[in-house]
Design a protein around this ligand. Structure first.
Ligand code: FAD
Length: 291
């Protein structure tokens, strides 16, 4: 049962930050509530004040320009990202990832900011944003700051947000020419969290043969989403073949630090990393060759 709380619904970011500062540890922010309400129903979180930021329209936007790239407000729903023509055309992997995140009902309410702030290592958006080299924007009463998305998750369900701060937005640069990106997850229950998720982005040189840059990110394979940097190093500067991608998968297997739970054992997750890095790498490569 949910304990009684006082509900506050600020309409501006400034108002929300002022309330956060005033109520401190006695309050909790709620976006779409798709993750928080579960914790409240289980009695794991019982705030005295619930600050709903859902009505702050200045944090709900999808914008694009060639210089800044893509900007997504923290309160943008998963469904809005999935359906955005700008994202479908220029950042296809993001829209594709969203089609596999939860159900349409959850995507209609859940926000990208809430997903990242929840800090679940099995969340779908973080690995994709990591290979897209995204930056997160945060604000508190003392000002704004930004950090690469890969620095945001500190541990299981723990993020770099300071008390009194809100995540306000995400910025994704325009990918370099000849870049292809892909994501997939293996999950036991359709429309549920990843048992393991893998995102890969590959940039080829102008001749289209050699890998100029590569990013590989793993979800649900460690206490936080991680980059498989040794696997990336193997591919950089080389002509990527199936065999090389297989070797990269094998290296990523050793970089992962998964745990066993009711969905999969540690060993099974490592095997998934190995297989999915190769599979998703092939898809990203094919897209890079066509880009
Ligand atoms: C049935 C079901 C299936 C799901 N399947 C998936 C899945 O397949 N993949 C996946 O990735 N996720 C999945 N989820 C999780 C869920 O979709 C996301 O976590 C959701 O996006 C959370 O967003 P929200 O706005 O509802 O966050 P909320 O529940 O409102 O908040 C989550 C946390 O973030 C904090 N918070 C929210 N917004 C901000 C902000 N702007 N600044 C600072 N703190 C903030 C809250 O205080 C809270 O701690 C699933 C959830 C359900 C219920």
């Amino acid at each position: 049962m949910i304990r009684d709380f006082k509900y506050l619904a600020p309409k501006t970011l400034k108002e929300a930050l002022t309330l956060l500062d005033k109520y401190g540890e006695d309050c909790k922010v709620i976006g779409g509530g798709q993750s928080l309400l579960i914790l409240m129903k289980q009695g794991l979180v019982a705030p005295e004040y619930l600050i709903s930021i859902k009505g702050i329209s200045e944090l709900d936007y999808i914008e694009f320009d060639a210089k800044e790239g893509l900007r997504i407000g923290a309160l943008t729903t998963h469904r809005a990202i999935e359906k955005s023509p700008v994202i479908q055309n220029g950042f296809r992997v993001l829209a594709e990832m969203e089609t596999r995140l939860a159900s349409i009902q959850t995507r209609n309410w859940g926000t990208i900011g809430g997903n990242l702030c929840h800090g679940d290592p099995a969340g779908d958006p973080a690995p994709v944003l990591m290979v897209l080299d995204a930056t997160l924007k945060m604000a508190g009463l003392n000002g704004e700051r930004a950090m690469p998305v890969e620095d945001f998750s500190l541990d299981y369900f723990e993020t770099a947000l300071e008390p009194g701060e809100l995540l306000t937005g995400i910025q994704v640069p325009v990918p370099p020419p000849h870049t292809g990106s892909a994501y997939t997850k293996f999950n036991v229950i359709e429309s549920d969290l990843a048992t393991v998720g893998v995102a890969v982005s590959i940039t080829l040189d102008s001749g289209g043969g050699v890998c100029r840059d590569v990013r590989i990110a793993l979800g649900a394979a460690a206490p936080t989403p991680i980059r498989a940097k040794q696997a990336e190093d193997l591919l950089k500067g080389k002509k990527i073949t199936d065999e090389l991608l297989g070797e990269a998968g094998q290296i990523a297997f050793t970089e992962a630090e998964p745990v066993s739970d009711i969905y999969a054992s540690e060993e099974y997750r490592r095997e998934l990393v190995k297989i999915l890095v190769k599979r998703v790498g092939k898809e990203a490569l094919a897209r890079a060759m066509q880009a």
